[in-house]
Structures are given as C-alpha cells and as structure tokens.
Design a protein around this ligand. Structure first.
Ligand code: ACO
Length: 329
C-alpha cells in the first residue's frame, strides 16, 4: 500500500496594517519610487508594529487557514513555522504559535530555516510526516518580521523586504486535490552571498556587545539575481519533467515574490505568458518564507486558483536554498 494522498485543505494569510511606500522610503534613504519599481516591481510593503511578533502574525494566518479548512486547533498534531526571524533564538516560534492557538500538547512543533525557500522546505517536511501516517493534520506556516533585521540606512537591502505571514493546513486528501510532488536543493557554497553575518554562535554572547559586523541582512544583489534565475529555472524544469507535466498545463505559478524581473525571466524560460504567474510583490515586497503562502492565499481567495487546477510553486533564498512543488486543487 502506498502513502496516503495529502492535500492542502485550507489557506490563510495575515499582513500588518502599516504600509510603507517607496515614497516613504525615499525620505529615509537616497532612493526613489522610480528606481525601486523599475528594478524590482515593488511599490509598497507592510511593516509590523514594534510589539507585534512573528508568532502573532503566524497565528493570525493559521486561524484563517483552519477556518478555511473547516478544522479547529484540536485537529492539529504538527506545526512547522518556516522563518528567519523567530521571536527568540530559542525556543521555536512554532511553540509560541501552539500556545496562541491552543493546540494540544500532543502536537509536534518546530521551526525550520531555509530563508525564502522555507515554506517549500516546510511543505515537503510536513507532507513526508503526514505521508508516514504518524501525523494527521499539519499547520505549515511561513512568517517573517524582516523589518527587525534590516539596516534602515542601507538602500540596497531595506527597500526590498516586508513583513507578513501565510499558512496552509495539510491533511488527508478529501477529493482529487493533492500534493503531487516537491523538490528541494541547496548550494551552500553561496551561503555568504546573502546572510546576517553575526549574532549566531560565531559570536558568543559575552562578545556580542563588542560586535562591529552587522546583525542585519547583507546581500550581494547582482550575484544573487543571476543565481536565482538559474536555480528557479532548474527547480521548475526538474519537477515538471519528473511528473511529466508540460509547462502549458500549469494553470497558475506562485513564484517566490522577490523581484518582478526574476519572475519575468522564469516566465520566458517556461514559455508561459506572464499572466500565468500570480504576483503580489508590488504590495508586499519580499516577505521571505511568508511570500509563497501569502500569495497562494490571495490567489485562492481571488478565484485565481480553482478546483481541478494545477499550480507550480518555485522559490529561492539564502543558503542558497531553492525548490519547487506541484499541487492539484
Ligand atoms: N535606490 C537607488 N539606487 C540604488 C538602490 C536604491 N534602493 N540600491 C542600489 N542602488 C544603486 C547602486 O548603488 C548602483 O549604483 P552605482 O551603479 O552607482 O554603483 C546602482 O543602483 C545599480 O545597483 P545594482 O545592484 O547593480 O542594481 P540591480 O539592477 O542589480 O538591482 C537588486 C538591485 C534589485 C537588488 C537586484 O540585484 C535583485 O533583485 N537581486 C536579487 C536580490 C534578491 O532577490 N534577494 C532576496 C533573496 S531571498 C531571501 O532569502 C531573503
């Protein structure tokens, strides 16, 4: 007997109220709406309140996903939070989410760090755990408070990112909807191209105060751009070939929302019209692990994804990690 079919039973998302436009950013650093929009496609992003945590945003998205799935916290026995901005270095943000939602102590809860590919890594992990038959319903959440790890004086990074959360509920397939496949990769040789260079165990607590290196995101943008296009193309091509799905049969692509020019390059490679790609980065910027589930939830709620559709998810992120997933609805 094969593994049971597992499907996405519900989706939810949350974005903080505060909007920071490109015009607002131009008052902070030497930039302009024209530069940011033409290079990235971003117009504005959401910024969490000072006292708003990653776990609170994650829980808000999860509540909506549970309602969409017609389930309650009592049904959940696994929570995975993909994030690079945990509430605290320890314990896992997933444990705070468990507490906020009132999920049973019998649930397994942990965080996963694969940066912007984090949601796909968490989806793959939860799918395998549910497929084993040892867990029944999982909350898979991508949540980030990236505003807390940005250098607001660095125009090369602070204009790109935003805060938010997206969640899905995974469980036994109820009809023909199901996860068809996932594929994950990493190229650790490029780990330093995009990182937070300090604040981990490389800098023991007693010397933290004497730090001269930043505890904020640093990035070699141009190098990342080229590698990201190649990685996302590879991830998309591999999964389509593996499952013998012609690109033309994909109803909707949900790409990691980092840069409209990267998405355009993937569309060209797959020979798909750009309207086949769901894009909301103009309103949210790059929300890292939250990016795909936030876009997915908007795509479903706007009717862009319908029963019977096949969607392709494709992402890249720090690590450098990358990956893809095929899902039927
Ligand atoms: N406003 C105005 N000028 C700027 C800004 C800004 N915000 N940022 C950089 N510039 C300047 C640079 O200083 C440079 O000036 P110079 O020519 O005088 O030296 C010029 O603009 C061009 O800079 P580039 O870096 O070459 O610009 P590019 O066209 O490559 O665009 C960008 C930069 C948008 C960062 C692009 O390279 C990119 O999107 N890369 C991918 C990055 C990415 O997606 N990272 C997220 C990874 S996901 C994760 O895991 C977090």
């Amino acid at each position: 007997m094969g593994s049971p079919a597992i499907a996405i039973l519900g989706t939810g998302s949350y974005a903080p109220e505060k909007i920071l436009s490109n015009g607002d950013l131009a008052k902070l650093v030497d930039t302009s709406d024209e530069w940011i929009f033409s290079r990235t496609g971003i117009r504005e992003r959401r910024i969490a309140a000072d006292n708003e945590t990653t776990s609170q945003m994650a829980a808000a998205a999860a509540r909506r996903a549970l309602a969409d799935a017609g389930l309650t916290a009592a049904d959940i026995d696994l929570i995975i939070v993909a994030t690079i901005t945990p509430d605290l270095p320890m314990p896992a943000t997933a444990c705070f989410v468990q507490d906020l939602l009132g999920v049973s102590t019998h649930a397994a809860c942990f965080d996963l760090n694969a940066a912007c590919s984090g949601f796909l890594y968490a989806l793959d992990t939860a799918w395998a755990m549910l497929g084993s038959g040892r867990y029944r319903h999982a909350l898979v959440i991508g949540a980030e408070k990236l505003s807390s790890v940005l250098d607001w004086k660095d125009r090369t990074t602070c204009v790109l990112f935003g805060d938010g959360a997206g969640a899905v509920v995974l469980g036994p397939a109820r009809g023909t909807a199901q996860i068809i496949g996932t594929k994950l990769y990493a190229e650790g040789a490029h780990a330093r191209l995009l990182c937070i260079p300090d604040g981990g165990s490389n800098t023991p607590a007693p010397v933290l105060d004497a730090l001269r290196t930043p505890r904020t995101i640093t990035m070699k943008g141009r190098e990342i751009f080229k590698i990201a296009v190649r990685e996302m193309e590879d991830a998309a091509r591999d999964i389509l070939e593996q499952h013998q799905v012609p690109a033309a049969r994909i109803d909707c692509v949900i790409p990691h929302q980092a840069n409209l020019r990267i998405i355009g390059a993937i569309a060209q490679y797959l020979e798909l019209p750009s309207d086949r790609f769901f894009v909301n980065l103009d309103r949210y910027g790059n929300t890292s692990a939250a990016s795909i589930p936030l876009a997915l939830d908007e795509a479903r709620r706007s009717g862009r994804i319908k029963t019977g559709d096949t969607t392709l998810f494709v992402a890249f992120g720090a690590g450098l990690t990358y990956g893809s997933a095929l899902v039927r609805w």
